[in-house]
Design a protein around this ligand. Structure first.
Ligand code: NAD
Ligand code: WQD
Length: 336
């Protein structure tokens, strides 16, 4: 299949490119490189053993998108491109609505004009807001607690309206829980610029000696050890989930709008992750328990049953593999 991956040189996009290209698809990366490097494509070429196409462009550039969809004879789009930092979205909401909502709208217009009506969208468990029950299944009410989350929710609603208006659309919203880990080759991984916002890259930098200690945000939550609990899911499992979604959308049941949780169904606490990372790396991860981070919830984890039953997808990699691959990337991966 000919597949366009917007945001294809980013963290989750690049792992999905590696899988889809490795499975023999013609993949085209479309990225403005605002949060990634063109060098990722050189690494992906090494992983897949052939030269991939990167179109350097913005999803808000409808003309370039249309030309790309036509020239590359694209049949399906996986839409990763977007901004993802919650704090930044609070400080600069317009940038988030512009990039994430207007960007998706431009993409949809271009797809409609070119007759491409199969789309897998990078959504997030953030669309559930503060969990009202656990595990969180796809029937859980949606809400948003910050502009980033609202941008994802707006897009999901837009996609649902579109699918309802025209039965030819085949759309899957993939609601990722907490993506972590890196490719087994050690060639690609998460490479946040500046101080990492997320737990796993922060721990990796502490283990490597680049930062003194981890601040654990809150030790008094109503969880087994008092620290936050999350559903960490290996990025390579997410990639498998996108392949499964594309297969499903292409099947006789794929028409319409669908939402799927991508998580393991198993919650781990911050301190459990610290301990597992110490085991995987053989390094100590000093930490200090500090005040809760505003906006955090005690626990969040998925019910992945729908993805298992309908897509035949299940996360296969455990916390040990998540930590080991994140450490391999931190320690031995050639940094960009
Ligand atoms: P990332 O920043 O590594 O990748 C996003 C890519 O999109 C980058 O390469 C960036 O350069 C590109 N991009 C951004 N705006 C663009 C634009 N206007 N036009 C073209 N390219 C653009 O992030 P990621 O972690 O790989 O996330 C991918 C998607 O998954 C995002 O939509 C994000 O919101 C969503 N998501 C991520 C997480 C997470 O924790 N990483 C969790 C849930 C959902
Ligand atoms: C995990 C746990 C923290 C850093 C975020 C977004 C969400 C989604 C995934 C995109 C929490 C604790 C963290 C640190 C810590 N992204 N922590 N010290 O907040 O669950 O989700 O990323 O869609 O929308 O909100 O992930 O990795 O930041 O935090 O103690 O230095 O680790 O308090 O309990 P989060 P996270």
């Amino acid at each position: 299949m000919n597949i366009l991956l917007t945001g294809g040189s980013g963290y989750i996009g690049s792992h999905t490119v590696a899988l889809l290209a490795g499975a023999g698809n013609h993949v085209v990366l479309y990225d403005n490189l605002c949060n990634s490097h063109a060098d990722v494509v050189t690494r992906l070429n090494r992983i897949v053993g052939r030269s991939l196409v990167l179109v350097q462009g913005d999803v808000r550039d409808a003309d370039l998108l249309e030309r790309t969809l036509q020239e590359q004879r694209i049949e399906a789009v996986v839409h990763f491109a977007g901004l993802k930092a919650v704090g930044e979205s609070v400080a600069d909401p317009l940038a988030y609505y512009d990039n994430n909502v207007t960007g998706t709208l431009c993409l949809l217009w271009a797809m409609q004009r070119c007759g491409v009506r199969t789309l897998v969208f990078s959504s997030s468990a953030t669309v559930y807001g503060d969990p009202q029950y656990l595990p969180v299944d796809e029937m859980h009410p949606t809400s948003a607690v910050n502009p980033y989350g609202r941008s994802k929710l707006h897009v999901e609603e837009m996609l649902s309206d579109l699918a309802a208006s025209d039965g030819d659309w085949r759309i899957a919203c993939m609601r990722y829980f907490n993506p972590v880990g890196a490719h087994e080759s050690g060639l690609i991984g998460e490479d946040p610029s500046g101080v990492p916002n997320n737990l796993m890259p922060y721990i990796a930098q502490v283990a490597a000696g680049h930062r003194d200690r981890l601040s654990v945000y809150g030790g008094d939550y109503d969880t087994p050890d008092g620290t936050g609990v999350r559903d960490f899911v290996h990025v390579a499992d997410l990639a498998d989930g996108h392949l499964a979604a594309l297969n499903y959308l292409g099947s006789s049941e794929g028409a319409g709008w669908h939402a799927f949780n991508l998580g393991t169904g198993q919650g781990y606490s911050v301190l459990q992750v610290v301990r597992e990372f110490e085991r995987a790396s053989g390094r100590e991860v000093p930490y200090e328990i500090v005040a809760r981070r505003p906006g955090d919830v005690a626990s969040s984890y998925a019910s992945p049953d729908k993805a298992r039953l309908i897509l035949g997808w299940q996360a296969r990699r455990g916390l040990d593999e998540m930590c080991a691959s994140a450490w391999r990337w931190q320690r031995y991966g050639e940094r960009l």
